[in-house]
Write a protein that binds this ligand. Structure first.
Ligand SMILES: NC(=O)c1ccc[n+]([C@@H]2O[C@H](COP(=O)([O-])OP(=O)(O)OC[C@H]3O[C@@H](n4cnc5c(N)ncnc54)[C@H](OP(=O)(O)O)[C@@H]3O)[C@@H](O)[C@H]2O)c1
Length: 252
């Protein structure tokens, strides 16, 4: 397939711009789901499991479809796509979504997230399969190796932290408790820290604007959320660990 380079560049810049605009507009309030939900009736709600499944699914299936319809012989782009982005979204769509014990999700937020995942699935899939040019020795490059290590470490932190959060509640409970264990001993947003490390690792391993744009978007979206989660814990739990930070251990 032809590489739609101009479209890819526009989409990448759009992601960075959207992330920065989100950062500025959400200095005081966070996107309305989970503990930061502000209901303004009539808000239609979707069960959390269905919402996460439907909104994340396009980010897995669109790159998969692009891979299946790409006739290029095995390439570094395909290896990177399947080994990173698709692996993450397989986990998010078929494991995380189906096990979450979160509150119901506003339909509007689910639709917006699904649209973002569709665009991102296309951006990452099309770029890596049809536009990226990797030298034959890219797999020996220190950026490839370092990036992949960061990606897998971040993914492990993210999955482990989401597992800790999920197990704070018994089935049917919707209360919040103080998370402990893993990186939660150091930061309130351990799952977000893992996810941010993951996508910056992916950007380093692929060394490209589209992958960097997704990492920047993630940082702008979930970085502030970690700060607001941290504030929520401090306001609601008198015994919240004093030395715990919001997102970066010992620093912030
Ligand atoms: N790349 C991106 O831009 C991006 C954007 C958004 C999310 N994500 C990822 O998606 C995943 C979920 O995100 P999220 O914003 O929903 O994370 P979150 O607010 O930390 O919540 C994760 C789950 O744990 C529950 N939970 C959180 N803290 C809890 C506590 N103290 N006690 C009991 N239950 C608790 C939440 O329930 P409630 O829903 O009822 O609060 C939710 O079901 C994360 O891995 C995140 O990194 C990525």
């Amino acid at each position: 397939m032809h590489c739609y380079g101009t479209l890819i560049n526009y989409l990448s810049c759009g992601f960075i711009l959207t992330g920065l605009v989100h950062l500025v507009h959400h200095r005081k309030t966070q996107t309305s789901y989970g503990r930061h939900m502000k209901l303004s009736p009539p808000t239609r709600m979707v069960p959390a499991r269905l919402a996460w499944f439907l909104q994340e699914m396009p980010a897995f299936f669109i790159p998969l479809l692009l891979t299946l319809t790409s006739y290029r012989p095995s390439s570094m782009g395909k290896t990177l796509l399947l080994g990173t982005f698709s692996m993450h979204y397989f986990q998010r769509t078929f494991v995380y979504s189906l096990r979450t014990r979160g509150k119901p999700f506003p339909l509007s937020v689910m639709v917006a997230a699904g649209l973002f995942c569709s665009l991102n699935g296309f951006l990452q899939g099309h770029y890596l399969l049809h536009c990226a040019q990797f030298d034959d020795d890219w797999s020996a490059d220190y950026r490839y190796k370092t990036g992949l290590v960061l990606f897998y470490v971040g993914m492990a932190i993210n999955i482990h932290s989401d597992y800790i959060l999920r197990n704070l509640r018994k089935p049917g409970e919707v209360i919040y408790k103080i998370p402990t264990g893993g990186l939660f001993e150091y930061v309130s947003g351990a799952n977000y820290l893992g996810e941010i490390v993951e996508w910056f690792g992916y950007a380093v391993a692929t060394w490209a604007l589209p992958t960097l744009s997704f990492a920047v978007f993630s940082l702008c979206f979930i970085g502030p959320r970690a700060y607001y989660h941290h504030r929520f814990y401090q306001e609601n739990f008198k015994d919240y660990p004093k030395l715990r930070k919001a997102l970066i251990p010992f620093i912030f």
